[in-house]
Design a protein around this ligand. Sequence first.
Ligand SMILES: NC(=O)c1ccc[n+]([C@@H]2O[C@H](COP(=O)([O-])OP(=O)(O)OC[C@H]3O[C@@H](n4cnc5c(N)ncnc54)[C@H](O)[C@@H]3O)[C@@H](O)[C@H]2O)c1
Length: 328
Amino acid sequence: MRILVTGGAGFIGSHLIDRLMGEGHEVICLDNFYTGHKQNILKWMGNPYFELIRHDITEPIRLEADQIYHLACPASPIHYQYNPVKTIKTNVIGTLHMLGLAKRIKARILLASTSEVYGDPELHPQQEDYWGNVNPIGIRSCYDEGKRVAETLSFDYHRQNNVDIRVARIFNTYGPRMLENDGRVVSNFVVQALQGKALTVYGEGSQTRSFCYVSDLVDGLIRLMNGNHIGPVNLGNPDEYTILELAQTIQAMVNPHLEVQFKPLPQDDPRRRQPDITRARTWLGWEPTIPLKQGLDLTISDFRARLLAEGNDLPTPGTETLATPVVS
Ligand SMILES: NC(=O)c1ccc[n+]([C@@H]2O[C@H](COP(=O)([O-])OP(=O)(O)OC[C@H]3O[C@@H](n4cnc5c(N)ncnc54)[C@H](O)[C@@H]3O)[C@@H](O)[C@H]2O)c1
């Protein structure tokens, strides 16, 4: 098949492309390189079955493809809040363009939506028929509400124009190639730990998250795309950890001498987030297989290699000096 991946130079998109290329498909990667990097897809450059197009999806484009994985959108708060109006445009205008393209070329399109559509949920764990508790005017709304509109557009194109859609609600995903500076909790802790700095926990660290390793997530996306159910389907790891537990796990794996530092909670930070993956289990026969420690091990190795390649001097565990004062 010829498969279009928007946001293909990003974290999840590049892992998805690795899988699709490995399965012998022809892949077109569309990206404006806002948070994506050529480095992530470098190994496919020059491959006759791979094509890279620098393009911003807020502008229309004409292409031919059998399937579209629509992932283009910055995923970390630091990046999506940097230019919130652009984030909304990417989610709304960009998704309109991709749905219009899918309609025209009769391609199946999978939208990478998010657990953020549940906002700060009153229901726990979250099932797909829960409508969510989202602040429409907060600083996360450009992303949360943007994705909610993207879902609405997908279902309206489906009902009105028979567009063959799939909607995945992705929960926290982590793994190699996450940006070092994206402010997400796993990358934050791993970088801080490798650099011998205190691990920064917001609030008391009692808020919970689930963490899905990227290869598991990619497997779920491919199953959803090629299955018969349109969704929405939660894709995430139902194992729930407090942020403090995550900090302590990474601390133990990288450097047990590090301190944990507590800072005030940012606005609209959800207290609990855990997917109910009954649908994914029954509809797709999918569930995560990589345990947190194994996934963290692979992630820490990748970050260590990248930090060293960038010329960082990483301390040997036990020899670092802790410059940051501990506040608790
Ligand atoms: N990583 C997660 O934990 C997570 C959780 C829920 C949902 N998602 C969704 O999955 C998708 C991929 O996330 P990710 O973690 O790989 O993020 P990422 O930021 O690494 O990747 C997003 C990619 O989209 C590109 N992009 C952004 N705006 C664009 C535009 N206007 N035109 C063209 N390209 C554009 C970026 O350059 C980047 O390559 C996103 O849609 C995100 O909302 C991710």
